[in-house]
Design a protein around this ligand. Structure first.
Ligand code: ADP
Ligand code: MG
Ligand code: MG
Length: 209
């Protein structure tokens, strides 16, 4: 189970990790996009701090919805609405709940991915955040269904996401700005897949503490 207070720590950790990797994400986006991914996300996560603080005594759904609305209104670019949708869908799964079960976690990732796909019309293999998130969800689901503890299930999801990021280096982009580069995007890892990996890693790091 992930208690509400741990969820708050996870959001803080994600904010910190995005801040630490702001330049790295921006450099990745400089190579195949417009060089703002780290700047966009860092702005968004810093902007949600006070908003989340204001709902810290509420349920997990309210907290995640607050993150979603904050990201949508401040991040901009392609990734803002997409991550915003993901957090919104996540919040709906745990509406009125004070903790997140392993099954909820699987559902959260599933719904988040469906939301991103519905909004961005991308599929696996298009060199986007989905290339980290889809394998991570598959790994999480398989582990939870086989009765593994949530901590180790999430650790496996992180590993799968890392593999997904590496995979994005080998393919050409079919969605987003990198798509304009065609085959010249090959050899570069996708910024959004990288930020998704970093967020999953942040979740895992909080849970093992
Ligand atoms: P922008 O490209 O508008 O500057 P960002 O730089 O913040 O936005 O985000 C770029 C990332 O967004 C990409 O690396 C990719 O992972 C993700 N992305 C772009 N378009 C899509 C899409 N249609 N579906 C899913 N992810 C996408
Ligand atoms: Mg960009
Ligand atoms: Mg941009």
């Amino acid at each position: 189970m992930i208690h509400r207070d741990q969820l708050l720590k996870i959001i803080e950790e994600i904010t910190m990790v995005i801040g630490t990797n702001k330049q790295f994400l921006t450099d990745l986006d400089q190579a195949i996009g417009d060089g703002d991914h780290g700047i966009n996300l860092d702005r968004g996560f810093r902007a949600i701090k006070d908003k989340v603080e204001a709902v810290k005594d509420r349920d997990c759904g309210t907290i995640l919805k607050t993150v979603a609305m904050g990201l949508i209104s401040t991040v901009g670019g392609a990734s803002g609405p997409l991550y915003g949708t993901a957090f919104m869908k996540a919040g709906q799964v745990v509406a009125n709940k004070m903790e997140i079960s392993p099954e909820d976690a699987v559902k959260i990732m599933d719904e988040a991915i469906q939301g991103i796909m519905a909004r961005g019309k991308a599929a696996q293999g298009d060199k986007t955040m989905l290339d980290a998130l889809i394998p991570a969800h598959e790994a999480l689901k398989a582990s939870v269904e086989s009765g593994e503890a949530l901590i180790s299930a999430i650790a496996k999801a992180v590993e799968a996401a890392e593999g997904g990021v590496a995979f994005t280096k080998t393919i050409a982009a079919k969605k987003g700005r990198a798509n304009y580069l065609g085959d010249r995007s090959i050899g570069h890892q996708d910024p959004g897949a990288t930020s998704s990996y970093l967020m999953l890693k942040a979740i895992s790091d909080v849970l093992v503490r």
